[in-house]
Structures are given as C-alpha cells and as structure tokens.
Design a protein around this ligand. Sequence first.
Ligand code: G1P
Length: 271
Amino acid sequence: MIKQAIIPLAGLGTRLLPLSSIFPKELLPINGRVGIEYIIDECIDSGVKEIIFIISKRKQMIKKYFYNDIYYKKIIRKKKDPKIINEYQKILKYRKMIKFVYQNKPLGTGDAILRTQNLIKDKFFLILFADDLIMKRNCIKDMMKVHNKYKSSVIASMNVKKKMVNRWGIFSISKYLDKNNFLISDIIEKPKTYQAPSNKAVIGRYILPKSIFKILKHQTKGKGGEIHITDAIKKLINEKSLFIGHRFKGKYLDCGTMNGYIKSSISISKL
Ligand code: G1P
C-alpha cells in the first residue's frame, strides 16, 4: 500500500498567463470546483494518507486556502448554512492530510521532489502533477495494482501525436506485459520529433522508489536549465530498476495549457 503522495505546485504557470500572474493556477476553478481538489480526491479515494504539497512563497495563497478558519467560522456563526459548514468540513479533512514544503526557485520537478526527501517514509511513493486531470477512473488506484503485482515503479502513459512529442517526457518500451502495461527501456524529456523513441508520453502520475533521492542529489540541469525527474528516472532505468508504463483508462484533461484549461470545464460538465 502506498500512503504518501507528492504534488509539486511551485511552478510559475507561464502557460496559463495572465490567469496565473497573481492567482496560483491550481486554485483556478474547473467546472465550479477548485482545480486542486480533483486530484486530492483521487488520492483519498485510492487510500493515500498523506499529501505533500510543494509550494513557493509566491504561492502562499494555496496554503491560505486550507487555513482560512477565521473567515469560515465568522460566516458559519452568522449564517449557519449547512452548505457552508459542509465546505468548511471538507477543507478541514483535506488539511489534516496535507504537509507543506517550499521550493522558492523554479529549478524543475527533480529539484522540487528532492525537497521532500526527509518526509518520505516507505520504499515507494506517489507523485501527481496538478495540470494532469484524469476523470472517470481512478488512475493511481489502477497504478497501485500494477505496482503490487510487479513490485516496480509505474508511470502513467498515453499515446500522443508524433508532432506533439516535444510537450512530454517520452519513453521507449522493451516488452508488453499485457495490453496496457509495458516495460520501459529508456526515457527522454521533451524530445524533438526526430529524437523521440516512440509516441508514448509520460502523464503526471508516478509511483517511484525512495532510491531516486540519491540520484536527485547529484542530478545536473537538463532541458531548459531545469532539474528533471525524467532524467533521474532515466538513470534508475540504466541501473536496472524496473519501470512499467501504464496506459491509463479514463479521460485525460490537460489543464496546464490555456486551451486545455478552457476545455476542461466543458468536458467535466458533460461527464
Ligand atoms: C512534466 C514532465 C514531463 C511530463 C509532463 C506530464 O512536464 O517534465 O515529462 O510528460 O509533466 O504532464 P511539464 O508539464 O511540467 O512541462
């Protein structure tokens, strides 16, 4: 059973400017709900007990959202509205599970994850990217089943158009375990079309081993001058660590781009 999940939230959100210039993109509404709540629910639903949020000073508002007691208590005292009481209780439930860690310089996903190393207790943990919503099916629940069967790391994946490979981490596979699960033999961060070993993209759900921290400590900057989790995974694969790509079921929504963000509310409203 995997009990801890990390959610990196310190990114600048440049793809969603100007919406994200003051307001953290993770708090923007998606079909009338605060976006980040969708993946918190995915975690709770799959049995995760602790969620580590990586935020920055710029994104303190995310912490405030979960610690807005004075405001809620005042309103509830005045109005005693069951709907508001419900909302407050939901926030309190979320808060109990969340720890906050800081990454004040946007040095990449690998650098962000490294900041949680003293909090990770078990041999394996989860990472979820808030930009990537997967609806209609609990993706991490399915990934945990694969992990339990093979005792391996697992990465969520989907096929993308060849000309779009430079938006994603892309991996090559050495063997199909079944229709939806395959052994990963190599991985590359946002390759050019001619460099891409396949059209299998990494989507933001990972089950990773604690041993990745040793690698992240010495990880040098990669694409765009950032420290990427993809490059640390590549090293683990080279050291013969078992990584399985899991083609998830469910509907994918890319909320990290303006077009995708706009479409996501419409898609969810139709589910
Ligand atoms: C990150 C990862 C990339 C992965 C993607 C999934 O990129 O670096 O490998 O495919 O998430 O959403 P980002 O979206 O932060 O640019």
